[in-house]
Write a protein that binds this ligand. Structure first.
Ligand SMILES: NC(=O)c1ccc[n+]([C@@H]2O[C@H](COP(=O)([O-])OP(=O)(O)OC[C@H]3O[C@@H](n4cnc5c(N)ncnc54)[C@H](O)[C@@H]3O)[C@@H](O)[C@H]2O)c1
Length: 420
């Protein structure tokens, strides 16, 4: 009995001790875990500090680079005149990222105006106006003129429309919509905000002309259902709309009938004679002349056109005005001149004559001379040299980007090819 009681006493004492020991061990373990944790945090914090200072070392020179770039960006724009509030106009250029529109943008920006370019980039490119992006007087809007546009402007140069045969024949319905609905939208905008609108019309409103040279009072000779009608008739109805808005709503309109124009930023492979010859000469391919090459063409340099557009916009002439260069050259002369200017070894290749190829195309610019005091001043060779320089650079650029444009064959009409 005694020994049993003794045993129970001992074991209960041991159990208490055991519990005590276990408790101490647990506390010690918790303390050691906490210690490790605190230790690790301080190592981590130390590491983070070191890491941050390393990043700072890398980032600081980058920050400096950005500051330098920002400084150089503020100086990147071409020089812009300062115009007082009353002389500075808010100008909208539809199709302003295209060939003519981008040169017009340059002129109006450099003259000190506020320019908004609206373009859907069908044939235009951001590259044509990228040198203005970020300038406080410049805005670029990706917009299709077939949709209405609501902005405040004083003048509208309405250029939006594909201009070369492959481009306007690519989607004839869209070409029609752009020239009709697009023009209605821009005239509606002009009416709403009291702006003056200049329409970039074309010599194509004269169609296949029966009179030479063509003056503004010639009504034209257009096939309303031919493959080019989407453009020719589109522009004719656009002119009609301008005069309807002028008569009915009092909108101030200006209509420029533009003849063939060339220069930097023109489309390289649009199948027109100047671009074809330059591309062929630069790429060492034969310059293709249709027929004997005795048919004549007249081309104006783009800066002459731009000066004419601005003079017309700011004139009080509301009836249509031809803008073109009346200096005629035979196609063969063009081919030889371009070949010589490029310094190309290409030969001239004669292909069969196209029956409906107009023998002459030449603007009568008496009205522009008399009423605007305007006439083209850039000599053909000078203009061609600038265009050749541009094409050469573009070919290099495109070769680096794996794209080599090919000259297009002259356009096809009634199953036959012909020069534009
Ligand atoms: N270049 C010439 O020899 C010539 C001759 C006669 C008339 N024109 C007229 O001058 C204007 C400009 O011609 P270009 O040679 O600069 O042609 P382009 O193709 O280089 O420029 C036309 C511009 O309009 C834009 N555009 C087309 N459809 C549009 C739409 N629905 N909404 C918004 N933007 C649209 C295109 O993206 C492009 O930027 C055109 O109206 C053309 O009919 C040009």
């Amino acid at each position: 009995m005694v020994s049993k009681g003794l045993l129970r006493l001992i074991s209960s004492v041991n159990r208490r001790r055991m519990k005590l020991l276990l408790g101490i061990a647990l506390l010690a373990y918790a303390a050691s875990v906490w210690g490790n944790f605190v230790n690790m945090r301080s190592i981590q914090e130390n590491g983070e500090l070191k890491f941050e200072s390393k990043i700072e070392e890398i980032v600081e020179p980058l920050r400096e680079k950005i500051r330098d770039l920002e400084k150089s960006f503020t100086q990147k724009y071409p020089p812009v005149k300062f115009l007082s509030e009353k002389d500075r106009k808010r100008i909208l250029i539809t199709g302003g990222a295209g060939f003519v529109g981008s040169h017009l943008t340059d002129k109006l920006m450099m003259d000190g105006h506020e320019v908004t370019v609206v373009d859907n980039f069908f044939t235009g490119r951001k590259r044509n106006v990228e040198h203005w992006i970020g300038h406080e007087n410049f805005e670029l809007i990706n917009h299709d003129v077939v949709e209405p546009l609501y902005i405040e402007v004083d003048q509208i140069y309405h250029l939006a429309s594909p201009a070369s045969p492959p481009n306007y024949m690519y989607n004839p319905i869209k070409t029609l919509k752009t020239n009709t609905i697009g023009t209605l939208n821009m005239l509606g905008l002009a009416k709403r905000v009291g702006a003056r609108l200049l329409l970039a019309s074309t010599s194509e409103v004269y169609g296949d002309p029966e009179v030479h040279p063509q003056s503004e009072d010639y009504w034209g000779h257009v096939n309303p259902i031919g493959p080019r009608a989407c453009y020719d008739e589109g522009k004719r109805v656009a002119e009609t709309m301008c005069y309807a808005y002028m008569k009915q709503e009092g909108v101030e309109v200006r209509v420029a009938r533009i003849f063939n124009t060339f220069g930097p930023r023109m489309h390289m492979n649009d199948g027109r004679v100047v671009s074809n010859f330059i591309l062929q000469a630069l790429q060492g391919e034969p310059l293709t002349v249709y027929g004997s090459g005795s048919q004549t063409r007249a081309f104006q340099y783009v800066s002459d056109l731009v000066n004419g557009l601005v003079a017309l916009m700011n004139s009080n002439v509301s009836s249509p005005v031809n803008l073109g260069n009346p200096e005629e050259h035979t196609i063969l002369e063009f081919a030889q001149l371009i070949k010589n200017l490029v310094g190309s070894g290409s030969e001239i290749q004669f292909l069969s004559e196209a029956q409906d190829d107009p023998q002459k195309r030449k603007p009568d610019i008496k009205k522009a001379k008399l009423m605007l005091g305007w006439e083209p001043v850039v000599p053909l060779e000078e203009g061609l040299n600038k265009a050749i320089h541009y094409f050469r650079k573009e070919l290099e650029y495109q070769a680096n980007n794996q794209y080599i444009p090919k000259p297009k064959p002259a356009r096809v009409k009634k199953g036959r090819t012909r020069h534009s």
